[in-house]
Design a binder for this molecule. Sequence first.
Ligand SMILES: [Zn+2]
Length: 310
Amino acid sequence: MSPSATASLLPPQLHVFVRDWLSANNILLKSRDGHVLIDSGYVRHAPLTLALLASARGIGHAPLAFLVNTHCHSDHVGGNAAIVRRYGCPIAVPAAEAPLIERWDGKALLYDYCDQQIERFAVDHVLPADTTHVWGDLEWQALAAPGHDMGALVFYNAEHRVLISGDALWEHGFGFVMPPEVDAQALPATRATIAMLTALDIRIVIPGHGEPFTDVAAALDRARKRIVAFEADSLRVARHALKVNLMFALLDHQRMRLDGMPEYVARIGIYRDFNALFFRLPPTRFAELLIGELEKAGAAKREVGWLVPA
Ligand SMILES: [Zn+2]
């Protein structure tokens, strides 16, 4: 099904701004009772997030009543501060994420720990799991979806069988998961979350990244296969997490000096810690290994002294 055909299956008051990998999708729920936005993208793209929101497909000059986050990773909450400045609306985050935001835990939230930029914001409301909310004249159940992020929520509308999945389920996979040596709960939680989603009657998924999709059974099947492969090999989980994080940093910085990479992987927490746990390589060799993985995946290339996205 083409993206526009899939979008036409959504209730008319629901609009998805499909973004890239640096910014999560923004989901707008329009209502005369007040417009609600779910997820705000990455901080460097906040001007575009504001422009989309104020566009004709967005809410124009109308106020925004409420901003909700599926989880608090930098690519989902990066526009929060800018949106509050523009609209003065309250922010709601999953209840399990709120303490991390209150103490601004840059390690648990993977901000400075993964070299991700973020502008600080405050939480006004917390969303406990298993609560129901009316946004865009639709009833949404907030369901716990731990795994990629242990405090994440997904939002499910039973009437239209729509799931707003954040990074818990994409058409091809899900957000990277911490290996068992780092968080023993992460993979079992991911398995339980996919089982929970399998039991839901879902017609269309609006993921945190990529186009909305309707072949939900195939996506769940791919997710289960990935979990089986991860459970068999925790080094694979670690390599995947590092590869995804380095690619995110490369897209953020746009290019990175090759001769600065050993210092970078020795300084930034996730690379330093994972190297100590899994690889135990000198920084020069560790940097070479990670760059090689991005090249092998066709995601990055070397260009006269720089690493750049391919
Ligand atoms: Zn995430």
